[in-house]
Design a protein around this ligand. Structure first.
Ligand code: UGA
Length: 458
């Protein structure tokens, strides 16, 4: 493998700053599309692994793509900002923006990266924000990077463009290569065009495996509009889920089945079928953080974010719904043994950030429940390190009074229910994702309860 980046010197390449989910996927995909890419990462251990083609987290297909990029010489990683800025013209800023205080994201990594970028710039650069940053951050970035420029370098070398990312964990590569739309926002037309040109092969779907019948839309907007689009997209998706969860709660009292209701309303093209799966609610690193940030921004401007507040409250409440169901079935709850099937915030990832499992574990622990868990990818529940996580679901459910499905991993969808019934001490299965077949569960003599499904009341 060529880890020297020699190939990158041949032409001005693209820098991708930050090797988290977005940055690593982006760097690997851009190199796959033929770009020369320098990944900038301040953690030297990560740089070393990335240059061997090893991603710092699990994402389907990423290791293969990373290895191919590094082996081809079109991709290499470094912690040296100077080297990266000297060899590139377009810089994608992909550092993390974890939750901060008062709903605002923590911008420390963005600020540090901005200063390092500024100090290393000698020639014209376009800085592209991929990190989800509060609306108006483009102006702040311009000022921060501008202030860090070396003496004698004119601030005019700098353009800041917003290009929000819409990829999902677990399907990040496919989302990146086959997006519904690409949004590029900025006031400098030439810079917007240059950034759009990076995506040329995606826009035309002309890469191997591209689908020319599904070319994504290219939207060129103002910078604040692009920044807002990202928040609005995540807020709407979270709203859809909280909406169907509220309908699920109503269904439970009306003897209706929310999965059939969701299917029927989703066939209306104005509504659409996706993100209408009722369950224990949304989790992950994005929806909670972004809805909180948007609500904060609204309040700062004197706008009461009525819907956003409700969406967030419904989601918190929804996490407790499974606890209430357990209380109903296992009276009293104290001292009972409950096994959680899945702790990752969704299948296909080992990520437990803001996972519903964390809230549920805390609530059950307070009520004196003995908890075990099983997950195919997660080995430790950050925030609840005492919870033992088994890779074998049958081992995890030994002598359990109840099982609660929290992550719809394929491994949990075809359990041998006769074996489950023999292994458990009790017979209750709470399907927090409406992913199990109630008939199969009940035919093994087990009690099934989903979320807003008629079977739960039988
Ligand atoms: C989300 C967005 O879907 C991406 O478009 C966006 O780029 C990303 O956030 C981000 O801002 O970085 P992600 O958090 O990876 O992506 O996961 P999703 O697939 O959106 O799922 C989020 C949560 O909603 C999961 O806990 C999932 O189980 C839950 N969910 C999803 C439901 O409860 N019901 C549904 O119908 C769909």
């Amino acid at each position: 493998m060529d880890n020297t980046g020699a190939a990158v010197t041949a032409q001005k390449g693209i820098a991708v700053v930050g090797s988290g989910y977005v940055g690593t996927v982006m760097a690997a995909c851009l190199s796959e599309l033929g770009h020369t890419v320098v990944g900038v990462e301040i953690d030297p251990d990560k740089v070393e692994s990335l240059n061997k083609g090893i991603p710092p987290f699990f994402e389907t297909g990423l290791e293969e793509l990373l290895t191919a990029g590094v082996t081809s010489g079109r991709l290499f990683f470094t912690d040296d900002y100077q080297l990266a800025m000297d060899r590139t013209e377009i810089v994608f800023l992909c550092v993390d923006t974890p939750p901060g205080t008062n709903g605002h994201p923590n911008m420390n990594s963005v600020a540090a990266a901005a200063e390092s970028i500024g100090a290393a710039i000698r020639e014209p650069h376009i800085i592209v924000t991929k990190s989800t940053v509060p609306v108006g951050s483009g102006n702040w970035l311009e000022a921060t990077i501008g202030a860090a420029l070396p003496d004698g370098v004119d601030a005019d070398v700098l353009r800041v463009v917003s290009n929000p990312e819409f990829l999902r964990e677990g399907s990040a590569i496919s989302d990146f290569l086959h997006p519904d739309r690409i949004v590029v926002g900025g006031d400098c037309e030439a810079s917007v065009e240059k950034v759009a040109a990076v995506y040329e092969r995606i826009l035309s779907q002309s890469f191997e495996g591209g689908d020319p019948t599904r070319k994504p839309a290219l939207l060129k907007t103002g910078r604040a509009t692009a920044e807002t689009i990202k928040y609005a997209a995540n807020a709407f998706l979270a709203t859809k889920i909280s909406f169907i969860n509220e309908i699920a709660n109503i269904c439970e009292w009306l003897d209706a089945d929310v999965t059939e209701v969701a299917h029927a309303i989703g066939l209306d093209e104005r509504i659409g079928p996706r993100f209408l799966s009722a369950g224990v609610g949304w989790g992950g690193s994005c929806f909670g953080k972004d809805t909180a940030a948007l609500a904060s921004m609204a309040r700062e401007q004197g706008v009461e974010p009525l819907i956003l507040d409700a969406v967030r409250r419904v989601n918190t409440n929804q996490r407790h719904a499974v606890v209430r169901k357990l209380q109903h079935h296992l009276r009293p709850l104290r001292g009972r043994k409950v096994t959680l099937l899945g702790v990752a915030f969704k299948p296909g990832t080992d990520d437990v950030r803001d996972a519903p499992a964390l809230t549920i574990v805390r609530s059950l622990e307070e009520k004196g429940v003995l908890i075990r868990a099983t997950d195919p990818m997660v080995t430790e529940l950050t925030g609840a390190p005492d919870i033992k996580i088994f890779s074998n679901p049958y081992e995890a459910m030994r002598n359990a009074d109840a099982l609660v499905l929290l992550t719809e991993w394929p491994e949990f969808l075809d359990l041998d229910y006769s074996r489950v019934a023999e292994t458990m001490a009790g017979n209750v299965i709470i399907d927090g994702r409406n992913a199990l077949d109630p008939e199969s569960v009940m035919s093994a003599g087990l009690v099934y309860e989903g979320i807003g499904r008629f079977a739960s009341r039988k």
